[in-house]
Design a protein around this ligand. Structure first.
Ligand code: UGA
Length: 445
């Protein structure tokens, strides 16, 4: 590996791939971003991010201008680089199991492009894949399509990512660990050297394992986080029956125990986003195929699905039967500071409220275009939160946006026909909302 002119290619310019490419390039590593979507590549070539992520646009315009990041639809350009990272999607199939078709296709194209290349090349599987994928799927496809075998001339590693939407750039620049799974020492050493070059003296702990362990680390991490959320939501649902009990105080108290920790203990309407549900489904399905039924993980998912019912129950508690009642949904995104609505709890709640015959009006500072694209005009969308509240008989805070946090009781009272708030994210101090009907997840009646 030549230290001076090290270069990488990233195949799949989705959210993980693009953030990874931008941060590699920002550290002076020549990077080629590859995707089959011409529009996406066109935008990246102009230094514009095709998705919303804080800091991404600034970094992208800088690295494109300095020619540290190039973007192309031609995967054969990957052969000009020292290492290729696979960051293509691994969606769910209808039965919950993982769809590896993008992984196979990208590996095959890359292998074909590598056929006539003499220099060492390292393939790094960064996409979330079930244990065994790197060794049993990627490896044979790569070896067959390239006509080479893994060894002195060709390397292969699994290297999962742990980026969070909204803080992906910071997470990529300051990870808490790097996990490298490989069956040959040379591959692991090459990738460690690349990361040493990237992070210098701030290299985080590097955990080197076999590929299957690295692959399972990613699922173990997301499944644990999702279970932590379902756990605190379970406690919230119990607390909700006890007058004067507040799950936030319980979370604060148990969070002081270092074995539990304070993070990821915010009770709410259930987790969303493109990863937790998909990864839990894939892990459950994989585990069942191996002959083990993972009850805990299934309970995590079931609890999450049912959390939407809890939100609806609270709305009924405040507003009575919901048929023909006008309900304001404040927040559509799966968490704040993103326009992403994938698997958002708002969708599950909206679905239940519609079945009960409620008339819905939604507002979100960022996610409305995405919502409209997927759900058309199934619900009315308002220009701002005040408009959404106008004439409503119940307001449900579904996303913890700062602008909702700033809303005062008097603003709700001024706009609503029947001022009643369901704080599904627990962003308000109930004492400040005493003048109107108020209910919160995990907050006793
Ligand atoms: C998650 C993981 O946190 C990342 O480590 C992982 O890399 C990523 O999935 C992935 O696999 O790509 P992300 O989906 O961006 O990241 O979102 P999170 O910030 O983890 O939040 C997930 C959901 O849990 C959100 O709907 C959030 O509102 C909810 N949540 C989170 C709670 O309800 N309570 C909490 O205390 C924390």
């Amino acid at each position: 590996m030549k230290e001076q002119s090290y270069s990488v290619s990233i195949v799949g310019m989705g959210y993980v791939g693009l953030c990874t490419a931008a941060t590699f390039a920002s550290r002076g590593i020549k990077t080629i971003g590859i995707d089959i979507d011409e529009d996406r590549i066109g935008q990246i070539q102009r230094g514009k991010a095709p998705l919303r992520e804080p800091q991404l646009n600034q970094i992208l315009s800088r690295v494109v201008k300095r020619k540290l990041l190039k973007a192309t639809t031609d995967i054969s350009n990957a052969t000009d680089t020292d290492a290729s990272f696979l960051t293509v999607g691994t969606p769910s199939q209808p039965d919950g199991s993982i769809d590896l078709s993008y992984i196979k296709k990208a590996t095959e194209s890359l292998g074909q492009a590598l056929r006539n290349r003499r220099r060492y090349h390292l393939l790094v599987v960064k996409s979330t894949v079930i244990p065994g994928t790197t060794s049993k799927t990627v490896r044979p496809v790569l070896e067959q399509s390239s006509g080479k075998t893994i060894g002195p001339g060709l390397g292969l590693c699994a290297n999962p990512e742990f980026l969070k939407e909204g803080t992906a750039i910071n997470d990529a620049l300051h990870p808490d660990k790097i996990v490298i799974g490989s069956n040959d020492k040379k591959s692991a050493n090459e990738l460690t050297r690349l990361y040493r070059r990237f992070y210098g003296s701030k290299l985080p702990p590097v955990i080197v394992t076999n590929p299957e362990t690295a692959e399972l680390v990613k699922y173990a991490s997301n499944a644990f986080l999702a279970t932590k959320v379902s756990y605190i939501n379970t406690i919230a649902n119990i607390a909700q029956h006890i007058p004067g009990v507040d799950v936030n105080q319980i979370a604060e108290a148990i969070g002081h125990d270092p074995r539990i920790g304070p993070l990821f203990l915010k009770a709410g309407p259930g987790y969303g986003g493109s990863c937790f549900h998909k990864d839990l489904q894939a892990l459950v399905s994989y585990s069942q195929q191996q002959g083990y039924d993972p009850h805990l993980l299934k309970a995590t998912e079931k609890t999450n699905e049912e959390q939407a019912d809890k939100v609806v129950e609270l709305s009924e508690r405040l507003a009575g039967p919901l048929e023909q009642k006008r309900i304001a949904i404040l927040g559509l995104a799966f968490k704040k500071d993103t326009d992403d609505i994938r698997e958002a709890s708002s969708i599950r709640v909206i679905d239940r409220l519609r079945k009960k015959g409620a008339t819905l009006v939604g507002y979100d500072p960022m996610a409305m275009p995405n919502f409209e694209r997927v759900f058309g005009n199934t619900i009315e969308l308002a220009k701002n939160s005040h408009d959404a509240l106008k004439g409503a008989e119940c307001a449900i805070v579904m996303t913890e946006w700062d602008e909702f946090r700033r809303l005062k009781a008097k603003e709700y009272i001024a706009q609503m026909r029947n001022p009643a708030i369901v704080d599904a994210r627990r962003i308000y101090n109930p004492v400040e909302f005493r003048e109107l009907k108020f209910a919160g997840i995990g907050f006793g009646p």
